[in-house]
Design a protein around this ligand. Structure first.
Ligand code: IPM
Ligand code: MG
Length: 362
C-alpha cells in the first residue's frame, strides 16, 4: 500500500528544511518499507507569486487527495504590503480551515543534550515534556465580524471577534482529555475567564467534559498566569489545552524552553486523523538560502506524520532516536549554540546528512 505525502515547502527557509525532512523520510522508507510517494505544491508567498493565490486550487486538490501533508513555513517581508486578506499567512489559515484541522499538537520535549541551550536553567527544564493542544480553526483567528473600518469621525478602527461554540470547544476538549489519558493524566485548560465571556464558556465546557474522564485531573489557569508558570516552573504541566490565539503565543514560549524554536514540531489533525505537519517556527527570511536553518523541527514533524497519519510508530521512533543521537554527538545548528560551547555550527544540509546517517545506523 502506498501513502501519498504532499510537500508544501512554502517560503523563506521552508524549502531548505522540507528538503532535509524529505531525505529523512526517504531513508525511513527504505528501512521500514513504508511505501511513501511524494508530490509537491505551493502555499503562501510563492503561491501568490506563481499562481496568484496563497492557497491555490491546484494545491487544494493535492491537499484533499494526500494522506498527509508536510509544510515548511510561509511569509516574508516582500508580501507585507498586501492587504490582510491576500497575505501568505492566509494560505496557511485557509488550508487549516479547508481540511478542518482543528486539533493542533505542539509537544515541547527537551532533548537531554540541549538542556544548556534552553533560556532557563538546566534544572528547571531537565526532563521537560509538555504537550500543548491548540484549537486551530476557530476563535479570534476566524471569528466574524472582522476588519478595518473608518468610523464617523474619520478615524480608522480595527476589530476581530473571538468566538467559540460549545461544539468546537467540546471536540478539542475531548482530544485533549484523550491525550492526557495516554500521558501523565493531567490536563490544564488555559483561558481568560475572569474577563472574556468566550472563555467563560470554554471553562464551563471543559469542566462538564471532565465527568467523562475520571482518570484525568483537570485544572484551569488564566493565560497570563500560564505564560508566567511556563517560564517559572514548566515541569508542573503535562497537557495544556487552549484556544487558537493563546495557543499560538504559549507554544512559542514553550519552544524556547526546549533550546530553540528550531526544535519544535507540530501536527494539525482533523476528526479522521488526516494531518498537516509543520515546524512551529516561521519562514525566517533573514537566514533563507544561507544553509543555516535548523531542519530538526521539520524532521521531527515528519516523525509525527509517520506516527499519527501513517500509523508507523517504529519509523517515527527511529527518526526521533536519530535526532537524539546527532545531538548527543554534539552537532548543533547556529540557533542551538550558546556561549561557544560547541565546535562551529553545522549547516542545514549537514544536519540532515547526520540524521540520515544516524537513521541508517539504527
Ligand atoms: C503558527 C504561526 C501561524 C499562526 C501564522 C504563520 C499564521 O505563527 O503556526 O504558530 O499564527 O498560527
Ligand atoms: Mg505561531
Amino acid at each position: 500500500m502506498s501513502s501519498q505525502i504532499l510537500l508544501l515547502p512554502g517560503d523563506g527557509i521552508g524549502p531548505e528544511v522540507v528538503r532535509e525532512a524529505r531525505r529523512v523520510l526517504e531513508a525511513a522508507d527504505a528501512q521500514f518499507s513504508l511505501g511513501l510517494s511524494f508530490s509537491e505544491g505551493r502555499l503562501g508567498g510563492i503561491a501568490i507569486d506563481e499562481e496568484g493565490a496563497a492557497y491555490p486550487d491546484a494545491t487544494r486538490a493535492l491537499a484533499r487527495g494526500a494522506d498527509a501533508i508536510l509544510l515548511g513555513a510561509v511569509g516574508g517581508s516582500q508580501w507585507d504590503a498586501l492587504p490582510a486578506a491576500d497575505r501568505p499567512e492566509r494560505g496557511l489559515l485557509a488550508i487549516r480551515a479547508d481540511l478542518d484541522l482543528f486539533c493542533n499538537h505542539r509537544p515541547a520535549l527537551l532533548f537531554p543534550d540541549l538542556a544548556e541551550a534552553s533560556s532557563l536553567r538546566a534544572e528547571l527544564v531537565a526532563g521537560l515534556d509538555v504537550l500543548i493542544v491548540r484549537e486551530l480553526t476557530g476563535g479570534i483567528y476566524f471569528g466574524e465580524p472582522r476588519g478595518i473600518t473608518t468610523n464617523a469621525d474619520g478615524v480608522r478602527e480595527g476589530y476581530n471577534t473571538d468566538r467559540y461554540s460549545e461544539t468546537e470547544i467540546r471536540r478539542i476538549g475531548r482530544l485533549a482529555f484523550e491525550a492526557a489519558q495516554k500521558r501523565g493524566g493531567r490536563l490544564c485548560s488555559v483561558d481568560k475567564a475572569n474577563v472574556l465571556e468566550v472563555t467563560m464558556l470554554w471553562r464551563e465546557t471543559m469542566e462538564s467534559l471532565s465527568a467523562d474522564y475520571p482518570d484525568v485531573a483537570l485544572s484551569h489557569m488564566y493565560v497570563d498566569n500560564a505564560a508566567m508558570q511556563l517560564v517559572r516552573e514548566p515541569k508542573q504541566f503535562d497537557v495544556l489545552v487552549t484556544g487558537n490565539l493563546f495557543g499560538d503565543i504559549l507554544s512559542d514560549i514553550a519552544a524556547m524552553l526546549t533550546g530553540s524554536i528550531g526544535m519544535l514540531p507540530s501536527a494539525s489533525l482533523n476528526a479522521d486523523a488526516k494531518g498537516l505537519y509543520e515546524p512551529v517556527h516561521g519562514s525566517a527570511p533573514d537566514i533563507a538560502g544561507t544553509d543555516s536553518a535548523n531542519p530538526l523541527a521539520t524532521i521531527l514533524s515528519a516523525a509525527m506524520l509517520l506516527r499519527y497519519s501513517l500509523n508507523a510508530p517504529e519509523a517515527a521512533e527511529a527518526i526521533e532516536g536519530a535526532v537524539a543521537s546527532v545531538l548527543a554527538q554534539g552537532l548543533r545548528t547556529a540557533d542551538l549554540i550558546v556561549d561557544g560551547n560547541h565546535a562551529a555550527a553545522v549547516g542545514t544540509r549537514a544536519m540532515g546528512d547526520a540524521v540520515v546517517a544516524a537513521l541508517r545506523g539504527h
